[in-house]
Design a protein around this ligand. Structure first.
Ligand code: SF4
Ligand SMILES: [Zn+2]
Length: 272
C-alpha cells in the first residue's frame, strides 16, 4: 500500500491511498470516527444557575464543546489504574463562574477555567449561555477521555473517502471544451483549443459524470477498487494527522489481539 499527501491545512488533511481495498479504507474511516479517544466534558455539577436555560441544556452544550486533547497524559477511564473511579490520569476538572450584565453577557468557552492548560476548548469563542443582570452561573465540570462509538461528542472529526478515478480523453474528445466549463471541480484545462486533464486534476474529480454525458463517452472516468482519496476534518481536539496515526495504532493493536486470541485457542485445542 502507498500513501501520498495531497493537502494539509489547519484542521484538514487529505491523502491518496493506493493499492488498498474497500474493506481496509473503510476500517480506517470507522476506527478514526469511533475508536480514537478525545477529551469531552462528561459531568457537570451546578452550584448556581439562574440563567434562562435549564441545567441539562447548559450541561449538554458544555458536553459538546471540543476540548484540545493530550493522549500522552490521559487514559480511558476503563483502562486506567484507578479502575474507572477517577484520578488525575483519567480526568480533569474545569470550572465556570460568570455573572450577567444589563445588556446581556455571552458566556463563551474561553470563560471556562481548567486545571490542565493542555485541556482547553478548541474554539474559545463558542457561546455557552447568555446572562442578563442578576443572573449567574457557577459550575464544576469533569472531562474524561471517551470514544465516538459511545457518544459522538468524543468523535475526533469527520473522515470520508472516495475512489480515485482515471480520466481519459479520446482524440475526438480533445475538441470538447464544454467539459472544462461543466466540470464542477476544475479537473480540466484547455491548451491550444485542446481539452486536457489538469495536473493532479483527477484527485479533485467527484465522479459526477457531467463530462462523460457532455462528451457522449469521448471522455471516460474510470474507477477501481484499489485507489482512494481520504479526507480527514478534525473537530479541533487532535491534529488530523494524529487522528490517522492513532487509527492505525488502534487497528494494529486489534489485529495483534486477534492473532494472540487465535494462537491461544490453537494451543488450547492442541492440549485437549
Ligand atoms: S466526472 Fe464530474 S467532476 Fe469528474 S471530471 Fe467529469 S465533470 Fe469533472
Ligand atoms: Zn484514573
Amino acid at each position: 500500500m502507498k500513501a501520498k499527501l495531497l493537502n494539509q491545512k489547519g484542521n484538514k488533511l487529505s491523502f491518496v491511498l493506493e493499492e488498498a481495498s474497500p474493506a481496509f479504507v473503510n476500517a480506517l474511516r470507522r476506527t478514526a470516527s469511533e475508536d480514537v479517544p478525545t477529551m469531552a466534558i462528561e459531568m457537570v455539577e451546578f452550584r448556581k444557575n439562574s440563567s434562562a436555560l435549564y441545567d441539562e441544556t447548559v450541561a449538554h452544550r458544555m458536553g459538546l464543546l471540543p476540548l484540545k486533547t493530550d493522549l500522552k497524559s490521559y487514559n480511558l477511564p476503563e483502562r486506567c489504574q484507578c479502575g474507572g473511579e477517577g484520578c488525575a490520569r483519567c480526568q480533569v476538572k474545569l470550572t465556570l463562574t460568570a455573572k450577567g450584565q444589563k445588556s446581556g453577557a455571552v458566556v463563551r468557552a474561553e470563560d471556562i477555567k481548567t486545571k490542565d492548560p493542555a485541556i482547553v476548548p478548541a474554539f474559545p469563542k463558542t457561546p455557552v449561555v447568555k446572562l442578563f443582570e442578576g443572573q449567574e452561573i457557577e459550575a464544576e465540570m469533569t472531562a474524561v477521555l471517551g470514544t465516538g462509538k459511545v457518544h459522538t461528542k468524543w468523535a475526533p472529526g469527520h473522515v470520508y473517502f472516495r475512489q480515485l478515478p482515471t480520466v481519459t480523453i479520446s482524440k475526438k474528445g480533445e475538441g470538447m471544451l464544454e467539459c472544462e466549463r461543466l466540470c464542477p471541480t476544475q479537473v480540466f484545462e484547455s491548451k491550444n483549443g485542446k481539452l486536457m486533464v489538469r495536473q493532479n486534476g483527477e484527485q479533485d474529480c467527484i465522479l459526477c459524470g457531467a463530462c462523460v454525458d457532455a462528451s457522449e463517452g469521448e471522455v471516460k472516468v474510470l474507477t477501481n477498487k484499489e485507489n482512494y482519496v481520504v479526507y480527514v476534518e478534525s473537530w479541533g481536539q487532535l491534529p488530523p494527522e494524529d487522528i490517522i496515526e492513532q487509527s492505525i495504532a488502534i487497528l494494529d493493536e486489534k489485529a495483534d489481539d486477534l492473532i494472540a486470541t487465535l494462537k491461544g485457542r490453537v494451543k488450547q485445542k492442541a492440549k485437549a
